[in-house]
Design a protein around this ligand. Structure first.
Ligand code: PBG
Length: 322
């Protein structure tokens, strides 16, 4: 067909041409590596459903963080498994709580990394829900005060960003007020604004020992069928003072990510969650997919859909080859 004028294939002929016209590029600076911190010393326990990810004691965490930093990672998010749990989850704001100790260690040992603290109570309550219970439901307003104290404790210990993930109404406003009152006006809030009640969190609950002892989280996390409700959640968090909006999980919710990106001008983050990680690892270990290719394609798609920040368990290995 000589008369064919439009030939998009012209720009796909060589690797150099493809790179020249590429619209989306990953950058190590946008990746956030999550870690699970446990009490003790010399603990490096692999998580069964997340090969290559570990529960780490603080000394081992520092080693991992150094490794991540030399691979090019610039930020990490911490989840803690406390020594003991109680009905209110008050361990989350103890001065010498596990995440607080880990934050101070990283502030000392890897000062160049951005330290993000996940601000939630599910790892600290003995029933595994994200706040204290009232008649078998999470008591929203009682949770807010504990979250606020937790955010202050995290900021005091060296959190550069706090990231409330419990989907409580008013959590961003409560935390903003508390941080400001304690003099932490400069600590940003990355809100898990649009977080779905998702089956993709399965491996995380093993990793963080945070599975609810009864019921599920559908009374506070969002219904996977809803996108307009997600925009409302994001809008409320913007009004309450959120600095960064997160959508979670990532790949199954790219349409939501795009909608949030288009509607708001804040930086948008996406959490490529434990189940997304586990599926790739499982298929790759069976030889069914090419791991690197699928990881790069997944993260590129998340960025293309609108995320400027990506939390992913693949952060360190991807950063190393970028
Ligand atoms: C805590 C929290 C969860 C995740 C991040 N923060 C679990 C949950 O809501 O059940 C999930 C992260 C992942 O699956 O990788 N509220």
């Amino acid at each position: 067909m000589e008369g064919l004028v439009e030939r998009p294939r012209r720009l796909r002929r060589t690797a150099a041409l493809r790179a020249m016209v590429r619209e989306t590029r990953l950058d190590a600076a946008q990746l956030v590596q999550p870690y699970f911190v446990v009490p003790g010393e010399g603990v490096r326990r692999e998580i069964g459903s997340m090969p290559g990810q570990f529960q780490l004691s603080i000394d081992e965490l520092v080693e991992e963080a150094r490794r991540a930093e030399s691979a090019g990672v610039r930020s990490v998010i911490l989840f803690g498994l406390p020594e003991s749990k109680n009905p209110l989850g008050t361990g989350a704001h103890e001065h010498d709580g596990i995440v607080q100790k880990a934050l101070s260690a990283l502030r000392r040992e890897t000062p160049g990394l951005v330290r993000i603290a996940d601000t939630c109570l599910c790892e600290y309550t003995d029933h595994g829900h994200c706040g204290p219970l009232l008649d078998d439901e999470v008591d929203n307003d009682a949770t807010l005060g504990i979250l606020a104290r937790t955010a202050i404790a995290q900021a005091e210990a060296g959190a550069d960003i706090v990231a409330p993930s419990g989907m409580m109404d008013g959590m961003v406003g409560a935390i903003r007020g508390a941080l400001d009152g304690a003099g932490f006006t400069g600590v940003p809030i990355m809100s898990y604004a649009v977080k779905y009640a998702s089956g993709f969190y399965g491996p995380f609950r093993e990793a963080a020992d945070s599975a609810p002892a009864f019921g599920d989280r559908r009374g506070y996390q969002m219904d996977p069928a809803n996108v307009r409700e997600g925009l409302r959640e994001a809008e409320l968090d913007v009004r309450e003072g959120a600095d960064i909006l997160m959508v979670k999980p990532a790949l199954p919710y790219l349409d939501v990510l795009r909608a949030v990106r288009e509607r708001f001008d804040l930086p948008v983050a996406a959490y490529h969650v434990s189940g997304e990680y586990a599926m790739i690892k499982a298929a790759a270990s069976n030889g069914w997919i090419d791991e690197q290719r699928v990881v790069d394609e997944s993260l590129t798609s998340i960025a293309r859909a609108g995320a400027s920040i990506i939390l992913t368990y693949f952060a360190t290995e991807v950063a190393a080859r970028l």
